[in-house]
Ligand binder design. Structure first.
Ligand code: KIV
Ligand code: ZN
Length: 512
């Protein structure tokens, strides 16, 4: 019988640590629901002790998601661990993931602790955590660059204290596949009680080898858990990408001989949701989820695929959620057809009222755009007005004038706490003028750190999807807006970001 490979998703924790990728509580819940549809085994929902916002997000996810194990990260101290346990109280299956750095560099320069102090603290914290929850994961941070004798000593001790999963991070993405695989193998062979824990890999992508290193940790090292994120989201060059690791193990079952619990048909929707929420665009040639991942442009390839698809395709596009880019709904489609399509796309709305709000937007869009694609529907439901973020600002209407050689002007009408206001401004371009028109009233003082426009379904007839990232007093938020008119989409995205900036429900502090 094949062993099972546990998929541990850390999009909401390590992924979110990526600068600019911070998410609101509701956004995290929406992504957690998608991860549940994907059937990931463990969801690392956050770092409960790092901020009130993170605590609330872990708690909300623990109370709402019933199929996956819900995990919170915590430093190796009693306060962090107690906070994690408290946030996880409502979970069907809870895991505490505690970590402390073990490399000489981190211990000396960052922690300013001796190896003996780190050893004692690791042991003590696992013992403390084990009294609160049965499922304990321990990570020696910067494990791959740690002294192997010291690492063996620490890991043996924490397994004796009750750690059930041992995760070996390549925190800085320094590893090489063969070396990392052998490192895990050596640890497992040398540690006498290594068979009492599940071994896990956690690789960063600084040298572009996070997936390869993780797979080597599995194949050579015998690890049976992979830590990964949707789209490889994460600090610096990111983490191991879930979709790539999962599809490698599935497609090359002949080599890995491992079972997965993942329902891969939900991969693309998860990728889009994470990209839309964070504003981190997926590159077109990204494996599995990039727009070109299954596109065959050359005549020879097209001819081959038409004759027999396995001439050039090793995976089936539909197995990861791609559907032919066909018109799915139109102006005459009713609410039931719309609801059915949402279900097929794996989108679960909170209530009938949410479905009604999304359907009203769909009708509005169908009046202006004759062909509605899946991408349009996904953009509609990612819009904040159908989520639970309290809207302080709402878009009403926009007019703008631009002509070659003239300075563009924009007039915008939007609501502030339900009351309509009108703003006017000029600007370098129509988008600049529109956003400045909003600021004539709001005076947010926020700095724009990202502005990006993306054509949702690829042609000039498609909707533009705009992401705006704003920063103010140490907080960074993303707003997303979509509309066939990209100036309107920009204004919607800007208002959406302002709503988040002002929302109390959002994170209140950066991760520590
Ligand atoms: O990269 C890392 O070392 C981590 C640990 C906290 C697991 O994310
Ligand atoms: Zn990490």
């Amino acid at each position: 019988m094949a062993d099972k490979l546990i998929i541990f998703d850390t999009t909401l924790r390590d992924g979110e640590q990526s600068p600019g990728a911070s998410m609101t509580r509701d956004e995290k819940l929406r992504i957690a629901r998608q991860l549940e549809r994907l059937k990931v085994d463990v969801i690392e929902a956050g770092f409960a002790a790092s901020s009130n916002g993170d605590f609330e997000a872990v708690q909300l996810i623990a109370n709402s998601i019933k199929d996956a194990t819900i995990c919170s990260l915590s430093r190796a101290n009693d306060r962090d661990i107690s906070r994690a346990a408290e946030a996880l109280k409502g979970a069907n299956r809870a895991r505490i993931h505690t970590f402390i750095a073990t490399s000489a560099l981190h211990m000396e320069k960052k922690l300013r602790m001796t190896p003996d102090q780190v050893f004692e603290q690791a042991k003590q914290s696992v013992r403390f955590a084990r009294n609160l929850v049965d499922d304990i994961e321990f990570s020696p941070e910067d494990g791959y660059r740690s002294d192997v004798d010291f690492l063996c000593r620490v890991i043996e001790a924490v397994i004796n204290e009750g750690a059930t999963t041992i995760n070996v991070p390549d925190t800085v993405g320094y590893a090489i596949p063969e070396l990392y695989g052998n490192f895990i193998k050596t640890l497992r062979e040398r540690i006498p009680n290594s068979d009492k824990a599940v071994w896990s890999v956690h690789c960063h992508n600084d040298l572009g080898m996070a997936v390869a290193n993780s797979l080597a940790g599995v194949k050579i090292g015998g690890a049976r858990q992979v830590e990964c994120t949707i789209n490889g989201l994460g600090e610096r060059a990111g983490n191991c990408s879930l979709e790539e690791v999962v599809m490698a193990v599935k497609t090359r079952k002949d080599y890995f001989n491992l079972d997965l619990g993942i329902d891969t048909r939900h991969i693309l929707a998860a990728s889009r949701m994470v990209s839309q929420t964070t504003g981190f665009v997926v590159q077109p040639n990204k494996a599995v989820v990039g727009a070109n991942a299954f596109a065959h442009a050359s005549g020879i390839h097209q001819d081959g695929v038409l004759k027999a698809r396995d001439t050039y395709e090793i995976m089936r596009a539909e197995d990861v959620g791609w559907t032919a880019n066909k018109i799915v709904l139109g102006k005459l489609s009713g609410r039931n057809a719309f609801k059915q399509r949402l279900l097929e796309l794996g989108v679960q709305m909170e209530s009938e009222a949410d479905i009604n709000a999304a359907f009203a937007r769909f009708k509005e869009l169908a009046d202006r755009k004759s062909e509605i694609f899946d991408e349009d529907i996904l953009a509609l439901v990612s819009d904040e007005s159908v989520s639970h973020v309290k809207e302080q600002y709402g878009f009403v209407s926009l007019s703008q004038h631009s002509e070659t050689g003239e300075r563009p002007m924009a007039t915008i009408v939007f609501t502030v706490d339900g009351k309509e206001v009108k703003g006017e401004s000029d600007g370098n371009g129509p988008v600049d003028a529109s956003l400045k028109a909003i600021e004539t009233h709001v005076k947010s003082g926020a700095e724009m750190v990202l502005y990006s426009v993306n054509a949702i379904s690829g042609s000039t007839e498609s909707q533009g999807e705009v992401t705006v990232r704003l920063q103010n007093s140490g907080r960074v938020v993303n707003g997303v807006g979509s509309d066939p008119d990209i100036v309107v989409a920009s204004a919607k995205a800007y208002l959406s970001a302002l709503n988040k900036l002002h929302s109390k429900a959002d994170r209140v502090a950066a991760q520590g």
